[in-house]
Design a protein around this ligand. Structure first.
Ligand code: ADP
Length: 494
């Protein structure tokens, strides 16, 4: 009888592998960092070969660590940094250039041009995304335009392209399978989220040949088989990291929502089987596809969340560790009227003000680092509320609970304040590996390792639940103060 699902979690700075048992418990894990390349200001690249080698190495390491034998692994799942693109040679399986990473801004002027031509409205309607350098489409167009001979070779069918999941599937199958899943496809700016196909009109606009792109498959499905880790194993679950996390948090019903508190925040809300509309700068995306049904999600992000804590530590030097902010925040009854809007890089949804800048308001002679630390933590909660309010407005659904993960979600003060300022409970699961667990679930459900969602729901362990304790009037009073502080931060750099 099979014992494990092997989850491969290919992130922006490291490749990880985790073996999950039938109870959904991580039994072995390994991770390996790889190099980041910054060839010019604003440009970010990875070496796809290094990604592959590190991913294979950690997969082999966990198998050795857990003394995995033939037939122990029921299936492999792949979750990955999204939007990053790899272009490779079909004959040799070698990348023809460095991968262009999601953070890379090299196509920002191309995006300006698209907006001038008015094609951004078509892109928004068809793909659910905003026209931004972040997404894959302009990165692929850039490679075809700028690598000598690339367009001709692509048109002759000699090259293949894809997001990191497609690259890993290609390598795991020795070039046998060129495929991606719908959730990854929905981040490319080339994929029609209504018809669930690569969009011909968009491909023509970007002059991207159809034959360059991978086949699009469900997220929980027998996509391919690999023999590279010993015996034959099915690759049966694939999803972008944030969608995998949403699935791993068991946000399976419309209105269920999760937030990952890292450097920034990533919020995703399950909106069910209908493509959500978004007018306030949230993006509509495919959550996952399984059993013939497609689940959509609304996504919003906070640019600066945990990074504000790093700023207190590294630039102001008023704390030594991120963790000590919890005790500092709890040592005062409130911020004494101080608000900290960490708009270091402007403000995202729902404001979209590139000219906003970081602002601290309400300082008095008695304000001290305790108040500042507390205000920095509170800023994560306020920014999260702004996005959840927008999501509720767009979808017409009010979430009943918020599930959380990420480095800063370890902070109990933050979780409690988040519950207070939202007026709904915040739940922190026992596992901190929601992303890897999510794709393990997808792979395990496709192969019958787990019977159904009910079996998985019975395994879910909430480590801690934070109930809202603030009166509604106090909550709204505090939030009104935040909104006034945001007004002070806006339009500053203009
Ligand atoms: P990422 O994946 O974006 O690198 P992580 O999930 O590892 O981020 O979280 C790291 C971020 O969380 C950092 O910005 C750090 O300042 C913040 N952080 C970590 N621990 C805490 C804590 N106990 N309280 C508040 N913030 C924290």
């Amino acid at each position: 009888m099979t014992r494990y699902i092997l989850a491969l979690d290919q992130g922006t700075t490291s490749s990880r592998a985790i073996l999950f048992d039938r109870e959904g418990t991580a039994r072995a894990s390994a991770s390996q960092e790889f190099r980041q390349y910054y060839p010019q200001p604003g440009w970010v690249e990875h070496d796809a070969e290094e990604i592959w080698e590190s991913q294979l190495a950690v997969a082999q390491r966990v198998c050795t660590e857990a003394a995995v034998r033939d037939g122990d692994i029921a299936a492999v799942g792949i979750t990955n940094q999204r939007e990053t693109v790899v272009l490779w040679d079909r004959a040799t399986g070698k990348p023809v250039a460095h991968a262009i990473v999601w953070q890379c801004r090299r196509t920002a002027t191309m995006c300006d041009r698209i907006r001038q031509e008015g094609f951004d409205a078509t892109l928004a309607e068809k793909t659910g995304l905003v026209t931004d350098a972040y997404f894959s489409g302009t990165k692929i167009a850039w490679l075809l335009e700028n690598l000598p001979g690339a367009r001709e070779r692509a048109e002759r069918g000699e090259l293949a392209c894809g997001t990191i999941d497609a690259w890993l599937i290609w390598k795991l199958t020795g070039g046998w399978t060129h495929a991606t899943d719908v959730s990854n496809a929905s981040r490319t700016l080339l994929f029609n989220i209504h018809s669930l196909e690569w969009d011909r009109e968009i491909l023509d606009y970007f002059k991207i040949p159809y034959c360059l792109l991978p086949a699009v498959r469900p997220s929980s499905h027998l996509l391919a088989e690999t023999r590279l880790l010993g015996s034959w194993m099915p690759i049966a679950g694939v999803a972008g990291d944030q969608q995998a996390s949403l699935f791993g948090h068991q946000c399976w019903r419309p209105g269920s929502i999760k937030n990952t508190y890292g450097t920034g925040c990533f919020l995703l809300m399950n909106t069910g089987s209908e493509v959500p509309r978004s007018h306030s700068g949230l993006v509509a995306t495919v959550g996952w596809q399984r059993d013939g049904a497609t689940t959509y999600a609304l996504e919003g992000s906070v640019f600066i969340a945990g990074a504000a804590i790093q700023w207190l530590r590294d630039e102001l030097g008023i704390i030594k560790t991120a963790a000590e902010t919890e005790a500092l925040a709890l040592s005062v009854p409130d911020t004494g009227g101080v608000y900290f809007v960490p708009a270091f890089v402007g403000l995202g949804a729902p404001h979209w003000d590139a000219y906003a800048r970081g602002t601290i308001v309400g300082l008095t002679r008695g304000s001290n680092r305790r108040h500042l630390a507390r205000a920095a933590l509170e800023s994560m909660a306020y920014q999260t509320r702004e996005i959840i309010d927008s999501m509720a407005h767009e979808s017409g659904i009010r979430p009943a609970v918020l599930r959380v993960d990420g480095g800063a979600a370890r902070n109990n003060f933050l979780c409690q304040f988040q519950a207070d300022i939202l007026g709904i409970p915040v739940e922190r699961p026992a596992t901190t590996e929601s992303t890897a667990l999510g794709v393990a679930y997808l792979a395990g459900l496709a192969t019958g390792f787990w019977k159904d969602e009910a079996e998985l729901a019975a395994q879910m362990r909430v480590k801690r639940r934070f109930e809202p304790a603030l009166s509604p009037s106090r909550r709204e009073e505090l939030y009104a103060g935040w909104k006034r502080a945001v007004e002070c931060a806006r339009r500053w750099a203009r």
